[in-house]
Ligand binder design. Structure first.
Ligand code: GLU
Length: 488
């Protein structure tokens, strides 16, 4: 068996979107599983669509995702260059080889004439097909015209009758009636190959054995295969992958505002969580396992586990999974990643960023939730007095007013403002007074946070706020409560 060689062949037209990331991941995983080689090839023959910087972004994204390629633009390899615009000169000799074989021919038709026929076809609701006017030019004459400098393209000569077909590992036998195919351009007038042609030549000349790519290419593959047949080349194994949908009607796309991989990282998703989630969108291990490191995916991945039907991107599920990954991070790593987010609401991360991070660690589903969860520490939120009412805690605004008035002097008396000291001052005093813990701690937490749920309880929050801020929030709460509780 020859060594497995797979490739990811993005066009540098923007950020790596999640469908692209999944294709790259499957091509990578398949190569790793089979001790093969994974290649990155940049398909930039359509220079008009190219976005400056997109190639670097794609490379960066693959690195962040951990999908290391063995051969590629910046790592080299025996089959380079790995950027099509740098391979420009290799394609024409192949095209001429096809001309020799009668599988392609030079075409001199003026653009204006073709544009006119295209417009006419469109007006009549027909798909434009080149009328093969130049097919009848004798080879010698065509050569002479090319050599004399006349403008030309090279077209594929599609057989007049029959079927073009191939067997897809996923979708089985796919065939099209050749009468539906156009004599597509292989080499453009500017000397560049078309996207379709360069793709075939490169897959062959880079020794690609397995092509994993989106189903959008399923219908053009028979046409590519006519080229393989004309050259007499062995065909690679094709594995087309079902779409990743945003909802029931549309596929995931950056244009519609769906996030790219780097958008998700920017929001505070972990690359390892995104890869885990994305790998399961269209593949399953055959059992109930949901959590996989990239290494584990490399072991577990099989083509049999690929699904044939489209899968739906579910951000809530990703968020849940990301939360599980964050919880499993060693605290020091969590702290390092959380700090820049804490600083967005609290200069320097507040009085004790480490303690705050400890309290937030188990509640962080995505890092971008941190500023929201910590904001109450820098700005006291507005809140409704109904928050003081809590049946289980036996609290209501009247109880709250009493409890806060009780707690205020105790808090004032604490000099060494630590969680332990606050605890030791409050708890015995509450017990002695005959009050229930919840009757004091619930209102206190509401008074100093304005929130129903917080990272940590009353003493932790009081500690994080510091003595002055805690007391001033308690005073403000008492004023509001006494105005509210005053009999009319
Ligand atoms: N260059 C194509 C794209 O960016 C991929 C083609 C292929 O994988 O064969 O969608």
């Amino acid at each position: 068996m020859p060594q497995v060689r797979t490739r990811f062949a993005p066009s540098p037209t923007g950020y790596l979107h999640l469908g692209g990331l999944r294709t790259a991941a499957y091509a990578y995983l398949y190569a790793r599983k089979r001790q093969g080689v994974f290649i990155l090839r940049i398909e930039d023959t359509d220079q008009e669509r190219e976005v400056p910087g997109a190639e670097e972004q794609l490379r960066r994204s693959l690195k962040l995702a951990g999908l290391t390629y063995d051969e590629g633009p910046d790592v080299g390899g025996d089959f380079g260059p790995y950027v099509q615009s740098l391979r420009k000169d290799i394609y024409a000799p192949y095209a001429w080889e096809l001309v020799e074989k009668g599988a392609a021919y030079p075409c001199f038709c003026a653009k204006e004439r073709l544009d006119q026929s295209r417009a006419e076809a469109e007006r009549n609701g027909l798909t434009f097909k080149y009328d093969r006017r130049c097919l009848s030019i004798p080879k010698d004459e065509a050569r002479r015209r090319v050599e004399s400098g006349e403008k030309y393209v090279i077209r594929q000569h599609i057989p007049l009758t029959g079927f073009a077909s191939f067997d897809d590992a996923q979708y089985g036998h796919i065939e099209v009636d050749v009468s539906q195919l156009d004599d597509m351009v292989l080499m453009k007038a500017d000397g560049f190959p078309t996207y379709n042609f360069a793709n075939v030549i490169d897959d062959h000349s880079m020794g690609i054995t397995h092509i994993l790519r989106g189903t959008e290419f399923l219908s053009s593959t028979p046409k590519y295969n006519l080229l393989y047949e004309a050259f007499g080349w062995e065909k690679p194994v094709y594995i087309h992958l079902p779409l990743v949908m945003a909802d029931a009607t549309r596929k995931l796309s950056k244009r519609h505002g769906d996030p790219s991989f780097e958008d998700l990282l920017g929001e505070g998703y972990l690359p390892e969580a995104v890869i885990n989630y994305i790998a399961l969108l269209g593949w399953n291990p055959g059992d109930e396992r949901e959590f996989f490191t990239l290494k584990e995916l490399e072991q577990a991945f099989t083509l049999e586990g690929l699904s044939k039907s489209p899968s739906m991107f579910d951000k809530n599920k990703l968020t849940w999974m990301n939360g599980e990954y964050i919880r499993k991070l060693p605290f020091e790593r969590y702290f390092e990643l959380a700090m820049p987010w804490l600083e967005r609401t609290l200069p320097g991360g507040g009085r004790d960023p480490k303690r705050l991070a400890e309290l937030l660690h188990g509640r962080t589903e995505v890092f971008n939730r941190i500023p929201g969860m910590a904001a109450f520490l820098s700005d006291m939120p507005e809140y409704d007095l109904s928050l003081y009412t809590h049946k289980k805690m036996k609290s209501d605004p009247a109880v709250a007013a009493d409890s806060l008035a009780f707690a205020q002097p105790i808090l004032r008396g604490v000099d060494d403002w630590t969680e332990a000291a606050l605890h030791d001052a409050l708890m015995p005093a509450i017990a002695q007074s005959g009050r229930k813990n919840g009757q004091v701690l619930w209102p206190l937490r509401v008074a100093i946070s304005g929130l129903m749920s917080t990272p940590g309880g009353a003493t932790e929050i009081a500690y994080l706020l510091g003595k002055d801020e805690t007391l001033s929030r308690v005073t403000a709460a008492l004023e509001r409560l006494s105005a509210h509780n005053k009999p009319d």
